[in-house]
Design a protein around this ligand. Sequence first.
Ligand code: RB5
Length: 142
Amino acid sequence: MKIAIGCDHAGVDYKLVIIEHLNKNGIETEDFGTYDKQSCHYPIYAKKVTDSVVSGDADFGILVCGTGIGMSIAANKVKGIRAAHVTDCFSAEATRQHNNANVLCLGQRIIGEGLALKIVDIFIETEFLGGRHQERLDLFDK
Ligand code: RB5
């Protein structure tokens, strides 16, 4: 499994912690920046990560900003992306099972580091349930 990951200046710390966590568990990551805490524009990094997911190079994307909200708005502008802004474990599981979310958006100013890592684990380990949920997703293209 390969994860494309990106952040803005407000998400750099969590991005690095998540990369370390994933790599330690044998999961490949590609870091699309930003790489420091100088103020920047989150849609730039959302685009880089979502391009990687849409192209099939990455299985999932993870985007971190201050709230996770700006990243999710930006990511969901991209066709083929189903980005979920997640702040709890139940939603992390449900958005994979029901929405087949392919991008996880987290807010470094919103949730603790331990919860962020737990959400990441649940998100990447949970399978889409298909069936009636796929029928609903099909409506996005109609
Ligand atoms: C940056 O200050 C902040 O606006 C950004 O990280 C994010 O929270 C936007 O949604």
